[in-house]
Design a protein around this ligand. Structure first.
Ligand SMILES: [Mg+2]
Length: 275
């Protein structure tokens, strides 16, 4: 059971006071990039010290994750966040800012636009998604999932199986130009092709009045590739434990491949670009 001190400390978590002048935007993936369960500690407190220091210099920061909002709120707890980020991108595309009393408030205009586009997306791709569902059900051991918000996706049993599913999609997608999907290890979520970590972060930077040259991004997995892009950020990095595909991509963009694992690699990349 949580002690009184635990409850007090949970209640005390808030975002830092918003800077008067925003100098730039820092965007971090969570799983594998900041939080690595096999490391001790999984997320170094030194990361938050570094962020706090940059925050004082006017850099706002946020998490861009494939997790849903409730899953990420869990992450803030077990990641022992001493203060909240200034923004959160959940499910790779839903943008939130911290409100009062630990509530997360969606960016309404973006939410509306996304809902409208996804309605069109599901209408246009319905038939094809049915075909993919049948392939997944009959030809693989993977599970077809429907999330409570209407999103559909797949959880495979292995990375190789996920590759087979992605190969199937790519081979048969044909005229479905609206079809996008975000994959991360054994997880895949379908979405409108214009919505991913990259476009969500572009919107965050636009709202903050920040030019892409002053945007820093770091990740470790497939679903980070869209944001690890010069159209999105001037400072591109990945951690030492990133997927090989991601490392290669970051090198191609002239970005920084850290040696450190997880949060330590993230600190290393921040120091590389911002010291
Ligand atoms: Mg990750």
């Amino acid at each position: 059971m949580a002690s009184v001190e635990d409850l007090v400390s949970i209640r005390a978590v808030e975002a830092l006071e918003y800077p008067q002048e925003v100098r730039g935007v820092l965007s971090f993936d969570f799983d594998g990039t900041l939080h690595v369960p096999t490391e001790n500690p999984p997320l170094s407190p030194a990361f938050f010290e570094k962020v706090q220091q940059l925050r004082e210099e006017g850099w706002i920061w946020g998490i861009n994750t494939g997790r849903s909002l409730p899953q990420m709120i869990d992450g803030f707890g077990f990641g022992k966040f001493p203060f909240y980020p200034d923004f959160l991108v959940a499910r790779e595309r839903e943008i939130f800012t911290p409100g009062q009393f630990g509530r997360w408030v969606p960016v309404e205009a973006w939410k509306k636009k996304s809902a409208k586009d996804h309605k069109r997306f599901y209408r246009q791709t319905k038939k094809f998604l049915k075909e993919v569902e049948e392939f997944v059900d009959y030809e693989t051991d993977a599970e077809w999932i429907e999330e409570e918000n209407g999103d559909t996706g797949v959880i495979s049993t292995t990375i190789e199986e996920m590759q087979r599913i992605v190969d199937y999609i790519e081979k048969h997608r044909g005229k479905y130009e609206m079809l996008g999907y975000l994959r991360n290890t054994i997880y895949l979520r379908f979405s409108h092709v214009d919505y991913h970590k990259g476009t969500a972060l572009q919107e965050v930077a636009r709202l903050a009045g920040v030019d892409k040259q002053h945007v820093f991004v770091i990740g470790d997995g497939h679903n980070d590739l869209d944001k690890l892009h010069p159209d999105v950020a001037g400072m591109i990095a990945c951690v030492g434990n990133a997927d090989e595909v991601v490392k290669e991509h970051v090198r191609e963009q002239g970005g920084y491949v850290a040696e450190g694992i997880g949060s330590l690699g993230t600190i290393e990349a921040l120091e590389h670009f911002l010291s």
